[in-house]
Structures are given as structure tokens and as C-alpha cells.
Design a protein around this ligand. Structure first.
Ligand code: FES
Ligand code: FES
Length: 218
């Protein structure tokens, strides 16, 4: 073994050991002793700012006093115990949290609850019931449009809103003719549903389910 390399390793070990000891010692010092080290004293935690927000969820009016930082997703899941909207990424990337607000779909993880004063919100729980499924829910079951089901509430809310977008003539990135009403092609559907990720890869069956409902409604 090279004695110089040996010496270098010993010095490095000594430095790391010393740094760890200092960190442990400072962490356990009482406050006045900490101040003597120059470390800033921890600030007292401020109480959260709260506000009351009133909205309608699945036809029921709610008034909630919430921390203003609460997302709509957390308000629905944690305060109203509607666990249909799922928290997948919490970053607007997966679509598992999709709900319908005044007829338009949104990622509820990206929206603060206090921004929805007076809004009408629909989650998967408000679309249909186990005895009387919404046509889109029934089509997903029929076409096997899911496996684990985690993304499914968001997929179905999105699909319902997509049909409304097409009916309203709203073009997408895949619409070739912006002056005509969009046609419900597989490309159009895949583009519009691209914000809803399915880790189980049920995409083809999801397109079949939406196409069937669209055909019935056309
Ligand atoms: Fe909202 Fe993923 S949880 S987009
Ligand atoms: Fe499992 Fe879509 S059904 S993630």
C-alpha cells in the first residue's frame, strides 16, 4: 500500500469525523449557546392564514374554512373525504386529480381551493352511482378501460369534458381545420387525453370507450 495514499485517507477520515462531531454538538446546544456560535435562532412558526370558501361539489353546497394554501385536491380529499380524485404526482403532470369545474376539466392539484368561490365542481363521485353509472363510466367498464383503476376517475372526468369540448367546437393541437367543428378521430382523442397518464397502459381501451359514448351522443 502507498504510504502517501494511506496518509491522505487518514486525514480525510479525521476531517469528516471532526465535521460530524461539530454538527452534532451545535445541534444539541441550548439556544443561548447556539447564538454564541453565530447560528441564526429559529423563527417562531406563524399561524396559517385561513379563509372561508363556498362552492358546490356534486350538487351539495359547502362552506369551508381553509388554510389559503390548500389545493382544491386536498380540500376535496382531506376536508370533504371525496377520495375519487387521486393524488398521483401533485405537480400537474399525470391528470389523476382531474375534476370538472363549471363544465371544464382542471388538474385540482394545481389550483388553490380559495380560487373556486361560487364554482360548481364535479368529481367522479358526482357523475354516476354504482346503481346508475354515467354512460362514460359504463363504457370504461365495458371496454376494460382500466387495470389498477388509479388513473380512472381522472380519465373519466377528462373524457366527459373532452366530448363537451368537441361539441363546443374547441380545437386542439391535432385539429387540422380550425374553421370546422373538430372531428372525433382517434388522433384527436389521444391528443386531448394526453394529460391523463395511465401507468397500466389501458390507452387503446380508453379510446374505444370514449368513441363509443361519442357515437351514441352524436
Ligand atoms: Fe394532479 Fe398529477 S396529481 S396532475
Ligand atoms: Fe392503472 Fe391507469 S388503470 S394507472
Amino acid at each position: 500500500m502507498d504510504p502517501l495514499a494511506d496518509l491522505d485517507m487518514t486525514r480525510r477520515g479525521l476531517l469528516m469525523g471532526t465535521a460530524a462531531t461539530v454538527a452534532l454538538t451545535v445541534g444539541s446546544l441550548p439556544m443561548p449557546a447556539r447564538a454564541a456560535t453565530g447560528e441564526p435562532a429559529p423563527q417562531p412558526v406563524a399561524s396559517p392564514v385561513t379563509a372561508t370558501v363556498s362552492f358546490t361539489v356534486n350538487g351539495t353546497a359547502h362552506d369551508l374554512a381553509l388554510d389559503t394554501r390548500t389545493t382544491l385536491l386536498d380540500a376535496l380529499r382531506e376536508h370533504l373525504h371525496l377520495t375519487g380524485p387521486k393524488k398521483g404526482c401533485d405537480h400537474g403532470q399525470c391528470g389523476a386529480c382531474t375534476v370538472i369545474v363549471d363544465g371544464r376539466r382542471i388538474n385540482s392539484c394545481l389550483s388553490l381551493a380559495v380560487m373556486h368561490q361560487g364554482d360548481r365542481i364535479t368529481t367522479i363521485e358526482g357523475l354516476g352511482t354504482p346503481d346508475k353509472l354515467h354512460p362514460m363510466q359504463a363504457a370504461f367498464v365495458k371496454h376494460d378501460g382500466y387495470q389498477c383503476g388509479y388513473c380512472t376517475p381522472g380519465q373519466i372526468c377528462s373524457a366527459v369534458a373532452v366530448l363537451k369540448e368537441i361539441e363546443d367546437g374547441i380545437p386542439s393541437h391535432a385539429t387540422a381545420d380550425l374553421t370546422a367543428r373538430p372531428r372525433l378521430t382517434a388522433d384527436e382523442l389521444r391528443e386531448r387525453m394526453s394529460g391523463n397518464i395511465c401507468r397500466c397502459g389501458a390507452y387503446s381501451n380508453i379510446v374505444d370507450a370514449i368513441t363509443e359514448v361519442a357515437g351514441r351522443e352524436a
